[in-house]
Design a binder for this molecule. Structure first.
Ligand SMILES: [Zn+2]
Ligand SMILES: [Zn+2]
Length: 263
């Protein structure tokens, strides 16, 4: 199993527009490429199946930078702009499937947002060659893949719920938990992630936020789950990869755009 972090930044991206006008921000070292973060999304490969989690505004560029050339199914964790607004560029992957609609999995609420934003793409085949086509599917409790399974849970995130995803690969026995955009991780969600070789977890910024985990909250959750390695994602400009990364406990670090992990 492999995970490629296509983007690791919060909804405004890092640095944000007019970053220098912001008063009171951290000393973000823009000479360090790890501090340039596009909006959060990831690409997971289980056996021969390529799964795309979310499509940020920079999705096309992320695909080019990371040589993403195949997507077999798409999972939308939730309908916020930074996770849904790149979906039109899935059109290229519909092309590569000979115009067979791409399976798009989400919650009922997430699928409703897809219908609202991309009504032209809800069809079994593209209207014209090069257009997108999405086959919308409510995510089942356990989604069987040729070489593994994807289970899910719901994470609290303000007025919405976010799909937390658990990937397991049959051949390697490896387990990956992907928990982005969450205000808390309750005991049932922690149990589901236990035994993960890799945990990916929301860690927005050093200070508390009503709908995201802060770094210290994320560290507490990561310690409790006890994954082999925890990678934090969805960071704001308030996190400097090097200076804040040094303060993290062993086995935890801030992910960066383009990071690839083989499990
Ligand atoms: Zn987000
Ligand atoms: Zn969100």
């Amino acid at each position: 199993m492999d995970i490629i972090f296509l983007g690791t930044g919060t909804s405004q991206g890092v640095p944000m527009i007019a970053q220098s006008a912001h008063v009171g921000g951290a000393d973000l070292d823009l000479g360090n490429p790890k501090n340039w973060r596009t909006r959060t999304s990831a690409h997971v490969i289980v056996g021969k199946t390529h799964i795309q989690i979310d499509a940020a505004q920079e999705f096309r560029l992320q695909c080019l930078h990371n040589q993403i050339e195949q997507i077999d199914l798409f999972i939308l964790t939730h309908g916020h702009a930074d996770h849904i607004l790149g979906m039109d560029d899935l059109r290229r992957f519909c092309d590569l499937r000979d115009g067979i609609a791409l399976p798009v999995y989400s919650t009922r609420e997430g699928l409703e947002r897809v219908r609202e934003i991309y009504p032209y793409a809800i069809r079994s085949k593209p209207e014209f060659a090069g257009y997108p086509a999405f086959s919308l599917r409510e995510i089942p409790e356990s989604l069987a893949l040729p070489d593994g399974t994807i289970r899910h849970t719901l994470l609290p995130h303000g007025r919405t719920s976010v799909l937390g995803l658990i990937f397991e690969e049959h051949s390697s026995g490896r387990k990956l938990a992907y928990y982005t955009d969450c205000a808390r991780v309750d005991s049932a969600q922690r149990e589901l992630a236990r035994g993960a070789d890799v945990l990916v977890l929301d860690a927005l910024r050093p200070t508390p936020h009503p709908t995201h985990l802060s770094v210290s909250e994320a560290v507490e959750v990561a310690r409790d789950i006890g994954a082999g390695q925890t990678w934090f994602t969805h960071m704001t400009f308030m996190i400097d990869a090097q200076s804040h990364g040094r303060e993290l406990p062993p086995g935890m670090d801030f992910a960066w755009d383009g990071l690839q992990i083989h499990l």
